[in-house]
Design a protein around this ligand. Sequence first.
Ligand code: NAD
Length: 384
Amino acid sequence: MRFEFATATRIIFGPGSIDEVAPEAAGMGKRAFVVTGRSLERAEPLLEQLNKHEIEYVTFNVPAEPTAAIVTEAVKQARQAESDLVIGIGGGSAIDTGKVIAAMLTNTGRLQDYLEVIGLGKPITTNPAPYIAVPTTAGTGAEVTCNAVLAIPEHQVKVSIRSPLMLPRLAVVDPALTYSMPRSITASTGLDALTQLIEAYVSNKANPLTDGICLQGLKRAGRSLQKAYEDGSDAGAREDMALASLFSGLALANAKLGAVHGFAGPLGGMISAPHGVICARLLPFVCQANVRALQSREPSSPALARYDEVARISTGKVSAQAADGVEWIQNLCKALTVPPLAQFGLKEKDFPTVVTKAKKSSSMKGNPIILTDDELIKILRNSQ
Ligand code: NAD
């Protein structure tokens, strides 16, 4: 057995930990470039703290999931401001944007050249500017991953820029920042975290370290996602989901994902659905297809025993088996009212293109079994 495990240099977790960002930032730079999501309001307590610690800052607002064009503009502004430190505070969109800015502040050339799949995949060679990632959704776990996902509208696809050097210098995970998420965002981002935990656990690249992390995360998401959805002020449930999200990032960065994320790259570039919604909608159908395919074609695959374990942890029943886990996920998605993908413009005629693109994605290669085109099409049809 051989495996590697890489993560952010340091992780601080806990309610109120947002107050630790500015003192830590003071040791990393003097002029911060602060990347926020749609709302600057959520970053205001942090900006006050930066003032107190005499750190100059400029802010950049990411209005939606980042495109290469948005990030190129942000990099230009960060260079003009001569920023020597980047802080991303928001959902995965703000965190990924900040991650790329930090990398492009020290690495020259065009952003496009560094992109996987549609670019040259040029390596990041110089250490990025210090980067502090502060998630406000639970979530993507992007605060501890080494890639950032960018939409490329002209290619109708989402691709990553990735480097081990892009792991944030500091990840500060404060569950209190997630209390303000409305139900719909709690549902889609929480189901994204659950997806990442399940896919990394059953992935053919899982290792003993990611296994332990996934099982802890699954336990917490299993008992708390619906609670957080029903009562956003439930501190215990929010804390569990913040941990589940963090653990999902630790796991995905060090194991592979699977068919849900294999689909999410192309679908995210073709329809206007948020990433979390795409993952949430596909999750039950991918789990169902994987379990059925494993049972019929590879009944001795260790992945089936892993789906049994997912079922036991999520249902809390010692006798639960893979199919019970699939049913639990289906019921959870119903309770959290995840919208169908047809609502975002996905059409039956798009299925062959989605399948062709998805089969080429690196996440699809982590799926525990190779699904046939018919199985992949059926997953898309079920998600409509
Ligand atoms: P997001 O960052 O796009 O945010 C979704 C919405 O929630 C936005 O409108 C945002 O303003 C709002 N929001 C954020 N925090 C809130 C809060 N506390 N209260 C109320 N509203 C809040 O969504 P996301 O799902 O966190 O991130 C999605 C992006 O992350 C996608 O681009 C996806 O591809 C990427 N991603 C990256 C990785 C990685 O490892 N780099 C992993 C998974 C997903």
